[in-house]
Design a protein around this ligand. Sequence first.
Ligand code: SF4
Ligand code: SF4
Length: 474
Amino acid sequence: MKEKEEYMDQSFRDSIGTIDEDGKRHWISPKKPSGKYYNARTWVSVILLLFLFSGPFIRIGGHPLLLVNILERKFVLLGQVFWPQDFYIFVLVMLSFVLFVVLFTVVFGRIFCGWVCPQTIFMEMVFRKIEYLIDGDFKQQKKLRDSQWNSEKIRKRILKHGIFFLISFLISNTFLMYIIGSDEWIKLVTDSPENHIVGLASIIVFTGVFYWVFSWFREQVCIVACPYGRLQGVMLDRNSIVVAYDYVRGEMRGKFRKNENRGEVNKGDCIDCNQCVNVCPTGIDIRNGTQLECVNCTACIDACDHMMESVGLPKGLIRYDSEEGIVNKEKKIWSTRTIGYTVVLTIILCVVGFFLMSRSEVEATVLKATGQEYQKRPDGKVSNLYNYKIINKTYDSIPATILLKGMEGEIQIIGKEALLIPSESIAEGSFFLILDMDQLGQRKTDIEFEIIDQNGELLDDMKTSFLAPVKRKK
Ligand code: SF4
Ligand code: SF4
């Protein structure tokens, strides 16, 4: 049996599980997990993967469910188009998302990483499963890795990496569909390649990146690259629910001996079988406590429950629990911090809701054209030249009219008989506003334009000014 001082050894914090003592990559081959949590996670992953791959083809009212077209600065969420002009809503949504993640993490730890994160789902539920199928469980994987190159190793490596590359290609195409839309993607893959050099090059680059991540970089994404993982230290507190080892019950750990009364020989319930370490995809020992490498994948809970069952001890030595829960048997979710975050989150969500409800579908700006301040007309009237920009965020083209509010005046749109704002587009152009001098008492007059549709419905209004020569006193 190990001595207590050994458990207080903190040297595990000096390095990460994927780097050995010489600073080289320590290749992790976790034991294939099994158990109720693993089965549940498999089902959750199947649902999420189905959703991810079918997402680009789902339409709401004929429009994409999600489109993040950074190139054309066009975003669609649940069939609603968002433009750069709606950026303030985007910022608020992002802010509430970040706050939600923080709040969720404070209460439930890294549950997101283990159950929902695409990196974990692809790595553990797709690529790792294929690896188990081709290379076998962790011991066979290690044996194959250490073996000389022979026909079997070459065959397995080609098969495995070939499948990895194909899946990376599939993921890459799916991500591209979320950027350019499935219709554009279909054009891209059916049209002549020379018309889509950039699109095809992006597919190849994305495929290469995904292949590199899932075949080589792997769990290091969670350990060294993911900012969310890095923030755990400041987000978790003693009440956060995480995958935790019950050291109060488990220590002093010691090997299992049949018919031995563990209490009498001062042994805790941990039988030191190392199964929780063998299954860990990030190569850590959860018995050292909460560590940033832990993605809360629950594999160690399943492994430990299985061992506890085999030796007739109660399950749950590793479980979802908080530090408080383990030490004082107290489960407390609400703390001052969580209440504070919830209040702020609720306020932000209300503001987002308000902006979403009041978001206009047509947005217009009218600015005085630079250059000549005004033009004197042969009939004695005065005109000002304006530039307009009208954004139509809807999926329908809108015939519109620009009107001057509260004054008599003539509007001449340059180069157009009528104004038509194409769907999901911006209409830009210039127009003259011609006014009678009698209406103008001063050099600068505040004016207001209205844009109405063919039914006379107000779409937007804009304020600007009209400049005219100063009237000479008679
Ligand atoms: S410690 Fe357990 S929950 Fe955390 S990553 Fe390892 S196996 Fe998963
Ligand atoms: S699986 Fe459970 S019993 Fe085995 S070493 Fe880990 S904590 Fe101890």
